[in-house]
Write a protein that binds this ligand. Structure first.
Ligand code: GLA
Length: 377
């Protein structure tokens, strides 16, 4: 990928200078908890967005997306926002850097990536983090700390892309570390690296290839439900609520909002239980909690879909240790914790059964937990 990007850059802009990358992410457990001030357990993966970037001495950005085969130019003022969604991520990052009092000057860029789009692996966070990292390195002597780099990506989603996401994806993309999951407290941003090399197990993603679109989607509505309930309970966020509080206010909350909050409060505890289980090397408990999360996301939070429920059922039937829908939902992947000896048979069965029902096989990705944002050259 690197050579191809540099070749394209040379052909379009002459001379190369620096190349940056940032990763997609998985999340073991802790879904839809980030914007509720709760805990998450993501890790960066070995699939990334990579960009060659060089200052151009102009007051505009010129950027070519190799994968979409589109070239876009834009200025750096608020009114210069490009129309193309992919370019808005880069524009948004530039604007958010500038708004924080840091520097962005005109630059040229060519980028490409190997993170499957719409699979729930946060290709957009990887794009944001890659450019946030580049802007910091090229124009700001790396003065912007990593927390702020993650927030720049998150604000880009909020202010330029219409998704009121939490901090998990950008945090994982910026802070990712080889072979480690990150237990992140999304309220304080305290984090801890958890070495994750489960002996005798593999993490496998099954991509249903059902596309989700979080812009204008029910994602923002889920967040609104949570905020309404927190308001009714008189707490800053659902992180501060227990089931007893929720039950005490049952009469003041719609049935739908109640279910949403019930899921979030349960999930908060599940992340902590999984951390304890990981410390003991107790993968059976980890897996059990993953199934519970799936059940919650499907029946209470209602962000799953038929295809992903089916993949979850197949995992259960095959005796897979843990399985659940991963990421924002409305399509995408399941994440599966599978014993080594079951791995091949599970994948074969899942492919066959899914294809029989939906006419195409799910895509399979073995997960390698890797480093996050970095300068490659
Ligand atoms: C998306 C959002 C994240 C998080 C997850 C669900 O990936 O970008 O902030 O809310 O959904 O856990």
């Amino acid at each position: 990928m690197k050579e191809e990007i540099q070749k394209q850059f040379l052909a379009r802009f002459g001379k190369t200078e620096a190349i940056y990358a940032s990763s997609g992410r998985i999340n073991l457990i802790g879904e839809h908890t980030d914007y509720n001030g709760g805990f998450v357990m993501p890790g960066a993966i070995d699939k990334c967005i990579m960009a060659e970037v060089r200052t151009n001495g102009l007051d505009k950005v010129r950027v070519y997306s190799m994968d979409i085969d589109e070239y876009v130019e834009f200025g750096l003022n608020e009114e210069d926002a490009p129309k193309q969604q992919w370019a808005r991520y880069i524009f948004g990052v530039c604007r958010e850097v500038i708004k924080r009092g840091f520097v962005v000057k005109g630059f040229d860029a060519v980028f490409s990536g190997n993170i499957p789009l719409g699979a729930g692996l946060s290709s957009s966070a990887a794009l944001e983090s890659c450019f946030a990292y580049a802007m910091n390195d090229m124009f700001n002597g790396n003065k912007i700390d990593k927390f702020e780099l993650a927030r720049i990506g998150q604000s880009t989603e909020h202010n330029y892309c219409g998704v009121n996401c939490g901090i998990m994806d950008q945090f994982a993309s910026v802070f990712g570390k080889e072979n480690c999951l990150i237990r992140l407290d999304c309220r304080s941003l305290e984090y801890e690296y958890f070495p994750f090399e489960p002996k005798g197990y593999k993490l496998v993603l099954l991509d249903s290839a059902v596309k989700h679109e979080l812009v204008d989607s029910p994602y923002n509505k889920r967040r609104e439900s949570c905020e309404r309930v927190a308001n009714t309970l008189g707490v800053p966020s659902l992180r501060d609520a227990e089931m007893a509080d929720l039950n005490a206010h049952k009469g003041e909350i719609t049935e739908e909002d109640f279910k949403r909050a019930e899921y979030v409060i349960g999930e908060k505890q599940r992340v902590l239980d999984v951390c304890d289980a990981l410390k003991r090397g107790d993968y059976e408990t980890v897996g059990k909690k993953m199934y519970e999360t799936h059940e919650g996301l499907s029946k209470y939070y209602e962000v799953s879909c038929e295809e992903l429920d089916y993949l979850n059922d197949i995992a259960k039937e095959c005796g897979v240790t843990g399985s659940r829908i991963m990421g924002g939902g409305f399509g995408g992947c399941t994440i599966n914790l599978v014993k080594d000896e079951l791995h091949d048979a599970f994948i074969e069965t899942a492919k066959k059964k899914f294809a029989e029902k939906y006419g195409h096989e799910p895509k399979v990705y073995d997960v390698i937990i890797s480093d996050g944002a970095r300068r490659v050259e």
